[in-house]
Write a protein that binds this ligand. Structure first.
Ligand SMILES: [Zn+2]
Length: 492
């Protein structure tokens, strides 16, 4: 069917906005999007250029987005069919121009794709990035933003030549989600080891203690970097999004991987800094950056890794103490053990959104991660740890930007360790209805349990081994001073 263009669209102003432009040609297969927005962020105009590729069709990752994408054509050669724009004659050495009706999009799509926070905008490229059905791995995808004065954009993508507005996609599948935020916020650069986290507080006027929010992210990132001495990603995007009064400081958080890594924290901006510092969400989400995208049926593995790491890294970073870390882990293991076990771990993971057996899935995965960490240390005489093999994995394999199954990654971790630890755990537990038995490990780590409360043995042999895992850092005391930030430093 031919897409009908409303008459009003053909106003003089928009006639100049011809869909097919014959701009100077770039003889390559690279893709370049130029996005122009206005003050108030009501318009989103995109020019997509495909070099000398022959383009027969374009589609957004979210095909329903074509309902609020419009374009004009003086040739009427474009058909919209099943979420795709199909060109009657090939588009070659030309650019395609289109625009998003943001008001209409906001009415139709979900907040996860388009979210206005105050006067700032958070938008998913899945609703505005039109791309051809196949993109060669060597294709470079760049995105340039043209913003009104005083506006900033933050993406998870690599900045080109230190530009604040030109970015390059990592070569990930185009369907992988990401978020881009545009608005009048600052972008703080927080250095942790050799990485620089780019942090934006969205609708930042709502945050009364901005420096403390940066300190919260910095502390979680430092704790995360303590796993193997560096932060796992060079320059991740961090969004902190205020959502008003909620039952906890960070009710929801997520990591996205489209074109680069981003962590997004939806927060109750009125909470005290202490609540943020003791909340596990930031360390949990940043810990997801240690592993690649894991297939959904194996969510027990990715969530288990992050859940185990959140506990031990918060202790290493001084956000909680050793006792709290092991008590938190024990509570999680107990709740998982007491959860319904009528499905195997993999079945429960496949049905996670239907049955919501989150505790069982997350903490069974965490127990498997603890066993792996313990066995690696024991069988290597302390030379290998979960952290050390994840570092090897980063060096060999994280650049692939592809989806892994739990089995593939566990096999690779065994190969890197030169031991047979992960695959036997996969074989024993992935299709089992049983929670792993941790009694032997508790005994060897000097952890005793009485009425669900743990006590930690101070006996040297056991405490030494245990403290290798959780560290021995004193918990950071946060004073009642609203201007508090660690070390009085302000170079976030
Ligand atoms: Zn998670």
């Amino acid at each position: 069917m031919l897409l009908k263009i409303p008459t009003k669209f053909w106003s003089l102003r928009l006639v100049a906005w011809l869909s097919i432009c014959f701009s100077p040609l770039v003889y390559s297969n690279n893709i370049h999007y130029t996005v122009t927005t206005n003050k108030g962020l009501t318009q989103f105009r995109v020019t997509a250029c495909f070099g000398n590729s022959q383009i027969s069709s374009l589609a957004p990752a979210l095909t329903s987005a074509l309902r609020y994408i419009s374009y004009s054509t003086n040739q009427k050669t474009i058909q919209s069919n099943r979420g795709k724009l199909i060109f009657a004659s090939l588009l070659q050495n030309q650019c395609f121009k289109y625009q998003l009706d943001l008001a209409k999009a906001a009415r139709i799509t979900t907040q996860s794709n388009l979210h206005r926070v105050g006067s700032d905008l958070i938008i998913s490229p899945r609703i505005w990035m039109l791309y051809p059905p196949s993109i060669k791995p060597e294709t470079i995808i760049r995105v340039s933003f043209r913003l009104p004065p005083e506006y900033n954009v933050i993406t998870p993508w690599k900045s080109i030549a230190n530009s604040n507005t030109v970015f390059e996609f990592q070569n990930t599948p185009m369907q992988w989600p990401s978020l881009v935020a545009i608005g009048k916020f600052e972008i703080k650069k927080i250095q942790v080891k050799n990485s620089v986290l780019r942090v934006a507080l969205i609708d930042q006027r709502k945050f009364k203690q901005r420096r403390q929010m940066y300190q919260w992210i910095r502390s979680a990132a430092q704790a995360t970097a303590s796993l193997y001495g560096e932060f796992p990603v060079k320059s991740p995007q961090i969004l902190v999004i205020p959502i008003g009064p909620k039952k906890s400081a960070v009710p929801f958080a997520q990591v996205m991987r489209g074109g680069g890594l981003g962590a997004h924290f939806y927060v109750d901006e009125n909470r005290n800094i202490r609540e943020f510092m003791s909340d596990w969400n930031a360390t949990h989400e940043l810990s997801h950056m240690f592993h690649p995208y894991i297939s959904k049926k194996d969510v027990w593995f990715s969530e288990g890794l992050a859940t185990y790491l959140q506990s031990i890294l918060m202790a290493r970073g001084g956000l909680i103490d050793e006792q709290q870390a092991w008590q938190l882990m024990h509570n999680g293991f107990r709740l998982a053990r007491e959860s319904p076990h009528n499905q195997s771990l993999t079945e429960a993971a496949i049905n996670i959104h239907r049955d919501k057996h989150y505790l069982r899935i997350y903490w069974t995965g965490a127990a498997i991660a603890l066993i792996a960490d313990f066995k690696l240390r024991k069988h290597s005489g302390g030379k290998l740890t979960l952290g050390s093999v994840l570092k090897q994995f980063k060096d060999c394999c994280m650049g692939d930007n592809r989806q892994w199954t739990a089995k593939q990654m566990m096999l690779k971790l065994d190969q890197l360790a030169g031991l047979s630890i992960f695959i036997p755990l996969y074989q024993k537990y992935s299709h089992s209805k049983q929670f792993p038995n941790l009694k032997k490990i508790y005994r060897q780590l000097g952890i005793k349990v009485k009425r669900n409360h743990i006590t930690l043995s101070a006996a040297r042999g056991k405490s030494k081994f245990r403290r290798k895992i959780t560290g021995n850092k004193t918990k950071v005391i946060i004073p009642d001073n609203p201007d508090w930030h660690e070390n009085g430093r302000d170079e976030f």
